[in-house]
Design a protein around this ligand. Structure first.
Ligand code: SF4
Length: 292
């Protein structure tokens, strides 16, 4: 097994992470970067190169997906729609246009994943479209530079690590809240931190996004990662965007929930979900496939 180094800033919860930040006087991205360097035994340039690879793969996934159309490989007729929605969105105005553009970005990557194209597990392949949608927004709509995007990705990594370590990111264990819910929470943290939110506001963004996915079952139609998975990425991205905006517009010290408690709630909720709502495809939407 590969030898890994010890992180200089260990933490097991968001509460502990905030204590590390307060004691060390370091920022979220400094702590994450130093930990990553020590764990992987590489310098900052290597970590940044990997972050860039992740970001470039996400952005390329959106671009490629927006150019494709037609059927996806599936045992039933299942059509791509990212390109069509994107084309229509360009003719829209204001809020409607933004809602549809963000949706098209998430759909583009998720459809690409369904077609077997390279995608980043963030945190899983079923939820691989959520983060790229907001990475695309950061790059193309908000004109954030690469440094800001790397920092946002490190904030997302913090949230993803906490969810995986303290609960689960597997639909088979905790339902879709662990996949799209965690992806949305990571994306909210990325958008918030990359646009200048404090550590506390970033936590609130991640908390809001995860909170409003609690209880979401995993019941893919026919057991295939198509319905509702592909569209669900679009909704995960939109919730993440809203969560980041809400976190930046409220008084964060007044926010009631915190990330650690919501992750715990996700685990408890997931354990309470009947097994047929954890990736079995034998209940809920999974039962809507009609054999003709
Ligand atoms: S419904 Fe299930 S398979 Fe589909 S994205 Fe959610 S957790 Fe993954």
């Amino acid at each position: 097994m590969e030898e890994r180094g010890q992180p200089p800033h260990p933490y097991g919860s968001m509460t502990a992470f905030k204590e590390v930040a307060a004691k060390s006087g370091k920022t979220l991205h400094e702590i994450m970067l130093e930990n990553e360097q020590a764990i992987m035994g590489v310098d900052a340039a290597k970590v940044n190169a990997h972050l860039d690879l992740v970001l470039d793969t996400m952005l390329a996934g959106v671009e490629l997906g927006l150019r494709e159309e037609g059927l996806l490989p599936a045992p039933f007729a299942f059509h791509r729609k990212a390109r069509r929605i994107h084309e229509r969105a360009k003719a829209m105005q204001g809020g409607e246009a933004l809602l549809q553009l963000v949706s098209s970005y998430a759909l583009a990557v998720s459809e690409g994943n369904a077609a077997g194209r390279l995608a980043v597990t963030a945190p899983t392949l079923g939820s691989a479209g959520t983060m790229p949608a907001l990475a695309y927004v950061l790059h193309h709509h908000l004109q954030r530079d690469r440094q800001a995007m790397r920092r946002g990705l490190l904030a997302a990594a913090l949230v993803g690590y906490l969810c995986k370590n303290n609960a689960s990111v597997a639909g088979a264990e905790v339902g879709c809240q662990g996949e799209i819910g965690v992806a949305s929470s990571m994306a909210a943290a990325m958008l918030a931190y990359a646009t200048g939110a404090s550590l506390e506001a970033t936590e609130v963004a991640a908390t809001i996004a995860l909170e409003h996915h609690l209880g979401m079952s995993c019941d893919p139609v026919g057991g295939f990662v198509l319905i509702p998975c592909i569209e669900r990425n679009a909704f995960g991205a939109l919730k993440a965007y809203n969560a980041a905006l809400m976190a930046q517009n409220e008084i964060v010290s007044e926010h009631w929930e915190d990330l650690d408690r919501v992750i715990m709630a996700m685990l408890q909720t997931g354990k309470a979900l009947p097994p047929q709502f954890r990736e079995m495809g034998t209940a809920g939407l999974g039962m809507t496939m009609v054999n003709c």
